[in-house]
Design a protein around this ligand. Structure first.
Ligand SMILES: Cc1ncc(COP(=O)(O)O)c(C=O)c1O
Length: 361
């Protein structure tokens, strides 16, 4: 009898341990690559917040599993193609991309068993091309020509998808499932992580998906949240927001993945209150500040975003909560942003304070 009680007790203990384990896992478990996309931390930059008197915060989008904010769009683009029956098992995903969307797509294609074909402008970093090839994507770097040229990388991607069976051109620029990703995930995350105390968001735009999706969601929660577009050199959007004219700003930016010559379908109708222009010098200076003073190794579009957040803080005055995002990691830019010779060739060495230059190679 005593032995039976002891055995039952042992069994009960084992069962409750097992339950505990299941409960622990059911809260923490991420299901595969796709389960890893999104739910990124919100960071408060201590020094910049102290300096401005505002909470300068950013979504750590570089911590997505493919290493950039574009994993969110990539996931929604493929999900939509599947839901609409545009792709069947074993099919091919084709995209025109500056690199990061392609990397997200290539990961998801591996996880789901699709082939991935990428057309990209040949102005993008070698590191992104190398990652794409390692991920098994078929990569076509093509001359960087304007969108209205039939040889633009997007049109080449569309034509290739149309030329083969069971293939989809995911069309990140004009397929609004991209901004839906940010309306349904990034926006609610920012709202919850700031306890609804958010005053302004600012994002640079490539497709415009992040700015439009987050901006639309936050305005639906509180119409007073300010949505500010951040724009680099050589893009038309700063002037578009300020004057309604699609007129290019001076210069040509070294930032990758951002800046536009047109209003994409993802950006069209986005509730934008204002725009700030950030020069390459300011973006580079902030990228190295984030590295050396805040500890974040990120690319130049992230530096540009945070520089824009500081400008918005200066416009609004102390006491406001401002959010932007860190878009991708610095590891994709060793041969450019973190190369002394390359930065010198672009006339941007002076933008990096002397005390930070030892991290160039
Ligand atoms: C490094 C980087 N930053 C920012 C963006 C802009 O994001 P979105 O396309 O949502 O406007 C991109 C887009 O490709 C990117 O690659």
């Amino acid at each position: 009898m005593a032995a039976r009680i002891a055995q039952n007790f042992r069994l009960l203990k084992l069962r409750s341990l097992a339950n505990l384990k299941v409960r622990y896992f059911s809260e923490e478990l991420r299901h595969g690559f796709i389960g890893m996309v999104g739910n990124t931390p919100l960071i408060r930059f201590n020094k910049l917040s102290e300096k401005t008197g505002c909470d300068i915060t950013a979504k750590a989008e570089h911590l997505n599993p493919g290493g950039s904010v574009k994993d969110r769009a990539a996931l929604y683009l493929i999900k939509e193609a599947e839901e609409k029956g545009l792709i069947r098992p074993g099919g091919t995903v084709v995209e025109g991309t500056a690199g990061n969307t392609g990397i997200g797509l290539a990961h998801i294609c591996l996880a789901k068993g699709y082939r991935c074909v990428i057309y990209m402008p040949n102005t993008q970093s070698q590191e992104k091309i190398d990652v794409l090839k390692t991920l098994g994507a078929d990569v076509h770097p093509v001359p960087a020509v304007p969108f209205d040229d039939p040889m633009n990388y997007n049109h080449q991607a569309r034509r290739f998808a149309e030329s083969i069976e069971n293939a989809v051109w995911t069309n990140q620029f004009d397929n609004i499932s991209n901004r839906r990703a940010h309306f349904e995930t990034t926006g609610p995350e920012i709202w919850n992580q700031t306890d609804g105390r958010i005053d302004a968001v600012t994002f640079s735009t490539g497709t415009g998906g992040t700015l439009a999706g987050v901006g639309t969601y936050l305005k639906s929660k509180n119409p007073n949240v300010k949505v500010v577009l951040a724009d680099p050199e050589g893009s038309v959007l700063y002037n578009y927001v300020k004057t309604g004219e699609l007129k290019r700003s001076d210069g040509s930016s070294i930032t990758e993945g951002i800046g536009q010559g047109r209003v994409t379908s993802n950006l069209n109708g986005a509730p934008i209150d204002d725009a700030v222009f950030v020069s390459d010098k300011e973006a580079v200076e902030m990228t190295f500040f984030l590295l050396h003073e805040e500890g974040f190794f990120v690319g130049a579009s992230s530096g540009l975003n945070v520089a824009a957040a500081v400008k918005v803080a200066e416009m609004l005055g102390p006491g406001h909560v401002i959010t932007t995002c860190l878009c991708d990691t610095g590891q994709k830019y060793f041969a450019r942003l973190f190369s002394k010779d390359w930065m010198e060739s672009k006339g941007l060495l002076d933008a990096i304070p002397e005390k930070y230059r030892h991290s160039l190679h």
